[in-house]
Write a protein that binds this ligand. Sequence first.
Ligand code: AMP
Length: 416
Amino acid sequence: MFRSPRGTADILPADQPYWRYVETTAAELCERFGYGRIETPIFEDAKLFNRSVGEATDIVEKETYSFKDRGNDDLTLRPEGTAPVCRAYLEHGMHVLPQPVRLYSIHAQMFRYDRPQAGRYRQFHQVNVEAIGSQEAAVDVEIIEMAWRLFAKLGLRNLTVVLNSIGDRSDRPTYIAALKRYYEPLAAQLCGDCKRRLETNPLRLLDCKKETCRPHTEQAPRTLDFLSDSSRGHWNELTASLKTLHIPFTIDHRLVRGLDYYTHTVFEIVPQEDGAQSTIGGGGRYDGLIEQLGGKPTPAVGFATGMERIILNLKRQGIAVPGQRGITAVVVHLGDGARAHALSLASSLREQGVTAVLAPGGKSMKAQMRYAESVGAAYALILGDDEVRQGVVAVKRMADGSQRQVAMSEAAAAVR
Ligand code: AMP
């Protein structure tokens, strides 16, 4: 027997109402904020991610699904959505459009070779939002507001925005030097990953969750103390605007996010209860990324949230979502003559907007009625030779067993 590959999941009909709810809520919200939908391929040139996400990040070091195709091209299944959208921005010359260009994706499959657990998969789906071409703090605020409103609109409660600024590339060297000075004497006590990070990607030392390293992160130098005047101005405007909009946030100096391309604002949205896999969404500013991909310097800011994580939280918080529309009518038929008419009746009901299916053929009336009951149909429409001769159909309401006869042409009206 085959099973779905480790870390992947089938999305079955019973779960579709959750997916549809998240998709429609997110799409409505994004359009309300003036964002246009974009869809990019699920695989890209492998170099796109090496160059953007960063060679020394967990994602590129350990988590990509990369392969050579039959034409010998190096490809990677996308592990995140920002770099592909920036690639599309450049490829389609979107710099000539009014800036910022506001783009969103929904139900975008992502692939990371991660250790699967609750809320963490190897194939998962994101809602992504990117605003490319503005450095204004007001656009950072817009992105955080979108994230915040999305979760509120979905009905999720008890979420916190965690916020930090990691400055820009000119603030970075002095900060990294201070961070290294702080960590070097502690090197012997750090986990293996952090020993390596000290050399390859010191910023990541701050978000190590291991118990050996966690206490050291508390005392580490803070990026906010190393901001230039202009970075500080951006930060002050951001925090003041969030207060104006009554979006609550807490500042965590250890928040740096996993990807190399972030500058200035970084944020995550976390449920107040529990758990290592609790981050539900995150994002930030990435002013250097477009240039890194070969474009002119172009500031940008974005946000991503995992749809599986949202659905996990919806279920955990017992939030009801609009249900799947059930089957209205099952057409029950007895005898060979009635079968052809039953087929036409079911077809004509569907044409008239009624959800209708044919009961399995060659079974007794009792078995067909059981079928109608088991699929939760509201009505059974019964056709035997007598009914066919008279051009009528028996309409049985499943809820109370009441039955009446109507003309075949009135069947749709009778079940509406
Ligand atoms: P990241 O790009 O790692 O910040 O991820 C953004 C969001 O995507 C996270 O907040 C999660 O909601 C979701 N996410 C990231 N990795 C996974 C995964 N392996 N499985 C499911 N959701 C994920």
